[in-house]
Design a protein around this ligand. Structure first.
Ligand code: 15L
Length: 281
């Protein structure tokens, strides 16, 4: 049985995932806070991802790492920097030094939250983070790409939508992922024999999805759940959107928070840039 380290195991995603994984792997759970209630096959090691020494200690001898640790929503820059940038670097670097090849990185829909809801995006779109938090997830994805290409590590990035037992609102009808579907995707990330660097969306088979998740399907993902089953109930309780922009963009309120620019401005295409350069000559 493989030994799998889970960072940030005391958080909500870790709590959902443990029962989906602990019958398949020996789980080494890690978090800042002690975790007392352990199931069979689980052990706990304390660790602060912002300390490289801690990460070198806890990554020793594992077959794979599921990196969930970090700050899970928008936060002040110093918090994001420590937990999500420095922390993520330490996890990848400790894995490299200890010869752990397989790293699963829990990225987020907020790495691409500035795409509109009427756009269907896949794993190849360029990132459009909607927050410092989303930006830190782009950093983690790109760090994974570097470590895969440079050090032959095997990196599986899951852009998680919203992991919860039930979809909470209209936006989550598009991005919800059930615990068992996320569990299936994580197991693919741990066990698939042919991973170099992949990005997949951590969402159930939602009818309203904004994602073309064909990359996950190619790797064998067959989601069992669809948020649509809960749509009537969710929509009757839906409150009016707090502002039009959070309704327009996939990232919801992460988009409109602290807004000072005009996200509706189109990103210039390569063609336009080339034309502008040609005009200047
Ligand atoms: C996330 O990335 C957060 O970790 C989670 O708390 C939710 O806010 C989720 O995105 C979401 O977009 O609903």
């Amino acid at each position: 049985m493989k030994t799998v380290l889970m960072t940030g195991a005391a958080g909500s995603v870790g709590t959902f995932l443990r029962p989906e994984l602990n019958t398949h792997y020996q789980l080494r759970l890690s978090d800042l806070k002690p975790m007392k209630k352990l199931a069979q096959g689980e052990t706990f090691v304390p660790g602060d991802i912002a300390r490289l020494g801690d990460m070198l200690r806890i990554t020793k001898g594992v077959d794979a790492i599921v990196h969930l640790g970090g700050f899970a929503v928008e936060g002040p820059w110093d918090v994001i920097l420590r937990a999500n940038i420095v922390g993520c670097y330490n996890v990848f670097e400790a894995a490299r030094r200890n010869g752990v090849k397989r790293v699963l990185f829990a990225t987020s829909n907020h790495a691409a939250g500035f795409y509109r809801r009427d756009q269907k995006i896949d794993h190849r779109v360029y990132p459009k983070p909607d927050s410092r938090y989303g930006l830190s997830k782009v950093f983690g994805e790109q760090l994974g790409s570097l470590y895969a290409d440079k050090y032959a590590m095997e990196v599986f990035c899951i852009r998680i939508g919203n992991a919860a037992t039930l979809p909470a609102d209209k936006r989550r009808l598009a991005i919800w992922v059930s615990p068992r579907d996320l569990g299936q995707l994580v197991r693919i990330g741990i066990d698939h024999p042919d991973i170099h660097f992949e990005i997949v969306y951590g969402v159930s088979g939602n009818q309203r999805s904004w994602y073309d998740n064909s990359n996950a399907q190619r790797l064998g993902y067959r989601p069992q759940d669809d948020a649509e089953r809960y749509a009537d109930e969710v929509l009757t309780k839906e409150k009016p959107a707090p502002d039009p922009l959070s309704e327009l963009y996939q990232g919801g309120t992460f988009v409109s928070a602290e807004l000072g620019g005009d996200p509706a401005r189109k990103t210039p295409t390569v063609k336009k840039k080339a034309a502008a350069r040609a005009k200047r000559k």
